[in-house]
Design a protein around this ligand. Structure first.
Ligand SMILES: *Cc1c(COP(=O)(O)O)cnc(C)c1O
Length: 474
């Protein structure tokens, strides 16, 4: 992209093809651009070949523009474009973003932010060697899963557990290990799309299991599962409706009724929970979300949940449950392909320790954001609005859990509501300015107002965000 100001160009509009050829000869050489002072520091920081390629690329774009009748850019302008593109490509990544959307698990912003302890644990595991797969006492090989599984056991009562890359991977592994070549019975109302094209029927297909849908989209009974059981049934799968709701004339069996059916036929019940709520969401005024411990107590053979949804840790997929079933997963070749890396395991372990120590509600950022008292949010929004000025006011609004969790729950909040009608382009233009600013701020737009929700902003950043918003308005 040539984000150049008109002044940066030689004003030599070409009209005829002859003129255009003359203009092409005026395009600076690669060496001429490389000699520009603007590129001096980049040439010391980035391999020369890479800068040369970037300059060539910009010159080729400029050439096409000239052939199309455009201006011939100056060497300086080309150099500046290379610097601009280079700064975003060769700088540190990802760019930290202040999440002012009020959506706690924002998929595009990296889902759950982790606690300081979890972040430090990942950094420490990355920086040096560790006993990841070593029993220090015996000096023999250990398992990378032992430490995390011990905490999962204490927190959920599961006999055994295994951690992979994400919950999608957990399901793939679980279904492949338990039910490849067999039938898996799923309620028609749960054979859904989880997000980003991740569909339960597709995962089943990839695992080698055969989907058998039972019931109807709104009503499924325990006897529907029972009637579909054949000698080739490998599992009964329950998929938590984490990102949609079925309301009206509905029926779904209790977990215990499905477990009873499974037990009668010696078939395990697998429960995909998604969320991974180790604390009770109802305690925070939200709809009660299935907890892994409840599902296991209810008789599920295996539960699947994410590490970076309500658990509030790193991206991971955890499978917990029956010893014999988890053993099958551990032995499956996909376990190696999907296993979590040391950074993830270290961060997950540190996150789980918050729960073991009963400190999750104030140490795990996701729960802290869920639990912020409303008056505190109102006061913070008020202070920010005051700093921003006359265009800003405090307004009641709703935050969301996000990440496909508790879709129907709206958490009352107070936001800074900014009227951007004074600036050209209105709310969209202001939001754009905030996103590309320093710090990058991601707001929400509603009814032509730009909203900043303090719930997902760290209180220590409030003043900085308000200052940035005021600057963006002027
Ligand atoms: C989110 C979710 C998944 C996928 O989990 P990832 O960790 O994103 O792979 C699977 N099943 C359910 C029910 C979910 O909510």
């Amino acid at each position: 992209m040539l984000g150049l100001s008109a002044e940066a160009y030689h004003a030599c509009m070409t009209t005829s093809s002859e003129n255009r050829h003359a203009a092409l000869r005026n395009l600076p050489s690669v060496d001429r651009v490389l000699a520009e002072p603007a590129l001096a520091s980049m040439l010391t920081e980035v391999k020369r070949d890479i800068v040369v390629d970037a300059v060539r690329e910009e010159l080729s774009i400029a050439r096409d523009a000239v052939i199309g009748g455009g201006y011939v850019p100056t060497p300086e302008a080309i150099a500046q474009t290379v610097v601009m593109a280079g700064t975003s490509t060769w700088g540190t990544w990802p760019t930290p973003v202040v999440n002012a959307t009020g959506v706690i698990l924002h998929t595009n912003l990296g889902r759950a932010p982790m606690s300081a302890a979890a972040t430090q644990a990942a950094a420490a595991a990355g920086e040096g060697y560790s006993d990841l797969e070593l029993d220090l006492g015996k000096g023999t090989r250990g398992s990378r899963h032992t430490a995390v599984s011990a905490l999962i056991h204490q927190l959920t009562g599961a006999d055994a557990a295994i951690t992979v890359n994400n919950n999608a991977g957990a399901m793939l592994l679980g279904l492949a290990a338990i039910a490849a070549g067999k039938e898996v019975i799923v309620s028609r109302g749960e054979a859904s799309e989880i997000g980003g094209g991740f569909r339960i029927p597709d995962v089943l297909l990839q695992s080698g299991a055969k989907l058998v849908e039972v019931g109807t989209v709104n009503r499924t009974y325990a006897h529907d599962y029972e009637n579909a059981i054949t000698e080739n049934t490998g599992a009964l799968l329950i998929v938590h409706r984490s990102n949609f709701k079925v309301i009206g004339f509905t029926a779904e069996p209790d977990l215990k009724d499905i477990v009873e059916v499974g037990n009668r036929h010696g078939i395990p019940v697998l429960h995909d929970l998604g969320g991974g709520a180790l604390l009770d969401t109802a305690q925070f005024g939200l709809t009660h979300e299935w907890m892994p411990q409840e599902s296991l107590e209810g008789g599920a053979g295996l539960v699947f949940f994410s590490g970076d949804k309500l658990l509030g840790g790193p991206q991971a997929g955890i499978v917990a449950g029956n010893h014999e079933l988890v053993g099958k997963l551990e032995k499956h070749p996909l376990a190696r392909a999907l296993r979590a890396d040391k950074l993830t395991l270290a961060a997950l372990h540190a996150t789980l320790l918050h729960y073991v120590r009963n400190q999750a509600a104030d140490q795990v950022p996701v729960w802290r954001m869920i639990a912020v008292p409303l008056p505190e949010l109102e006061a913070r929004a008020g202070a920010m609005a005051k700093m921003i000025g006359l265009d800003a006011k405090v307004a009641p609004a709703s935050s969301a859990i996000g990440g496909g969790t508790l879709p129907a729950d709206e958490i009352p909040t107070y936001v800074v509501s900014i009227d951007a009608s004074r600036i050209e382009g209105g709310a969209d233009a202001l939001a754009h300015r905030l996103r590309i600013g320093q710090p990058a701020i991601m707001p929400r737009i509603e009814a032509e107002q730009v909203l900043l929700d303090p719930r997902t902003i760290s209180p220590s950043r409030d003043a900085e965000v308000a200052k940035a918003a005021r600057a963006a308005l002027s």
